[in-house]
Design a protein around this ligand. Sequence first.
Ligand SMILES: [Zn+2]
Length: 320
Amino acid sequence: MIFNRSSKKKVSFERFLTCEYARDYIDQNTPYTEQIEKAAQAIREADYVLLGAGAGMSAAAGAEYGGKYFEEHFAEFQKLYGKGPYMQDMYSAGFYPFPDEESRWGLWSHLALLAGADLDVTPLHKTLLDALEGKKLFLLSTNADHQFEKAGLPSVQVFATQGSYKRIQCARGCHSKTYDAVELFRQMERERVNGKIPGELVPKCPVCGGPMAMNLRVDDHFVQDEDWHAAEERFSRFLSECVDQKTVLLELGVGFNTPTIIRFPFEKLAREQENISLIRLSRSKAAVPASLGDRAIGINADMAQSITDLAHKLSESRKE
Ligand SMILES: [Zn+2]
């Protein structure tokens, strides 16, 4: 039996693909305060903490992409293109079939600044980093918004696999370089009229002369540049070092959108190494493999709350 019948949920295609709520996957029913205490204990005992952060972390910290925030910041584009299926939130807006490059970069420069260089939801990130002081730390992240670095985590301790809201690349990925575009985005933002930037600001690939694109993993043209590979190498060194030490995998807001990058490998690592524990924080997707026993702690809760409570517990014990 693949799926847990007692969960009494329909096995949709999506749940089939992600194995969500397979028999071994359980929502723990331990009381919240006990779970926070257990998580704090696991971290106290660990020398190494590998953070794995997904979109839920930025959202819990206060990053907004839709609703009123979008209405306020993208009114100009909603007026131009209608609300339709695209002008609903920052994610969907990027997929609008723009009539030309001037319009495409008109929206994307605005979006990229809001979601990247100008985003600051660091207080929760700082709370967490402060609580982990003294641990050997590394961050594996699918977020392109640089919030942990902004909060003070050195970039040599970060591997952001899916790209950056600050960088652009050849749309066809014809060469393996990416380019810092923050200043260009600011200029586009200043000179945009009716959703369009001036033609001379449209970036062109310096190698093939073709269009440029955001350095975000949306298709197989995604460019993994020198820095990306250097980060991969540092991540792999950290893993080699911590794999047989007292290690906590602290997963933050990772759902089932791209579970193959953090979620599933974390489970596998914890399953294979008895010295490794998994702490999974998520608003609603904190189910953990029951077979990991005490080494898995899955806390379904508002993460701003659970991170704050966890940090509080850790600082309490440090004072003692
Ligand atoms: Zn090119």
